[in-house]
Structure formats: C-alpha cells, structure tokens
Design a protein around this ligand. Structure first.
Ligand code: DC
Length: 237
C-alpha cells in the first residue's frame, strides 16, 4: 500500500491532531465499522463512529418534525440542540438534548433522511470542531466518509475501505437493514461539502473477499509501517 502526501487536497489543516488518530473512510456496508471497532480494541484506543453524530442529529430533527428542506428552521433547530459527543468506555456516545438515540438512530426514517442532513455544508462546518476536540484528549479510530480528507487531513494514519457493491448489499441485508445503500452512497459521493473520496495518502483496501481478521491484520501492518505508536507487551497486536 503506497503512501504519498496529499498536498493538493483542499481543506488540509497544517496541524496534526494532538493524539494519534486512525481515519477510516468508505461507503456504507464496506465493513469499515466492524473493522474500525476491532482495530480500536486491538490498539486499546477509543472507537468513534462519526456517522452516529449525523444519525443522532437527524433523529433529533425528526422528533421535532423538522426537515433539511425547511432551511431556516433546520438551522435554528440545530443551533438550539445540545449536541454532546463524549468518549465513554472507549466508545463515542452522542446525546441530543441529554438523550441517546439508541436503536432509533438506525430507524428507517433516520436511514431515509440522514444523507440529506449530512449533505449540509453548514452542519458539517459546525461539527468539525466537535470531532476534532475528541482527539485533544483521546487516541482514536474514527470512521466515516470524510475523516481522512476533511476532519483529520493531517493524520498520517488513514485508510479507505471499499467492497464490491453486491457484497455490500448482502452485508447490509445480514445486518437486518433494508435501506438502499446505492441511493445513500450516491448522495454521499455527489454532495459538494466533503464528499466521500479516498484521500490521496490513504491506504486503499478492497474487503470483498477478506475476513475482518485479515483486514485488521493488514491495517495493523500498515500502521506499523507508518510509525503508529502500537501498544507493547504480551497482548500487543
Ligand atoms: O456510516 P453511517 O451509515 O452510519 O452514516 C450515516 C450517514 O452519515 C451517511 O449518509 C453518511 C453520513 N456521514 C457523513 O457524511 N460523514 C461522516 N463522516 C460520517 C457519516
């Protein structure tokens, strides 16, 4: 897996995050969540699913009957929301006005609306400092769509995980979800603000024919090559 600095990428901030961050991006059902969780566990650091933040906000908006199309109301409602993102037990927890959405973050209503909400440049800009703040105190594996390109462009530890669309569709069905990942992927790739892209300096991996363990092993090898501070001792990965 080659590594080259992505000097031409827009939005690149000069400063590296204070704590080491592993950025994992990729489309829906590419296997990145399972891999990111497992990798974070192997490294003994926090696992952050950035999609959960967009899902929690969408859940909060739906509860208030607000859609992205009602733009002034959308912005006012988000401004009034108390959005809390905290690492607890080595995992990101998101609360909207003091409540966690739980399973409702994956409801069909949220599935249908979340990519429209996530397409808002205004919202994405508002969330950047919230995501970045997490790396002030915690080493992280953060997964999403723009973690290596927009949220932590200066991290050296970045991956893009993809899989064959048929494999992804099957994985989605196994998870018991029936939403169209094709539509959501199209939305995520074609939006103007931080669209889903493989960063030029990300290691690319096609997970279609790989087990989770194989992918995690490849990621650990690459992290070692890139100088990630791996834990030492008998249980070291
Ligand atoms: O990973 P997920 O399916 O839970 O993400 C939900 C939605 O949020 C999906 O449409 C992609 C979007 N998202 C995003 O735009 N940027 C991120 N960093 C994470 C998720």
């Amino acid at each position: 897996m080659p590594w080259a600095p992505a000097r031409s990428e827009p939005n690149r901030i000069a400063e590296a995050p204070r704590c080491p961050v592993v950025a994992i991006d990729g489309p829906s059902a590419s296997g990145k969540s399972t891999v990111a969780k497992s990798l974070a566990q192997a490294l003994g650091i926090a696992y952050c699913n950035s999609g959960l933040v967009y899902r929690a906000i969408t859940w909060g908006l739906i509860a208030k009957g607000v859609t992205i199309e009602r733009e002034p109301v959308f912005k006012t409602t988000v401004r009034q929301m108390k959005i809390e993102c905290q690492i607890e037990g080595n995992e990101l927890h998101v609360r909207i006005d003091g409540k966690e959405p739980g399973q409702e973050a994956r409801s069909p209503e949220v599935n249908a609306a979340v990519s429209h909400v996530a397409a808002s440049p205004w919202l994405r800009k508002r969330l950047l400092p919230i995501f970045r703040q997490l790396a002030e105190e915690h080493s992280l594996v953060m997964e999403g769509r723009d973690i290596g390109t927009a949220v932590f462009p200066a991290t050296r530890y970045k991956f893009y995980i993809d899989a064959d669309p048929k494999v992804r569709e099957q994985r989605r069905q196994k998870q018991g979800e029936t939403d169209s990942i094709e539509d959501r992927d199209w939305e995520d790739r074609s939006r103007t603000a931080a669209p889903l892209r493989c960063a030029a300096d990300a290691a690319f991996l096609d997970s279609s024919r790989m087990t989770v363990e194989e992918v995690v092993r490849r990621l650990l090898d690459e992290l070692r090559k890139r100088g990630f501070p791996l834990p030492e001792g008998p249980s070291a990965p």
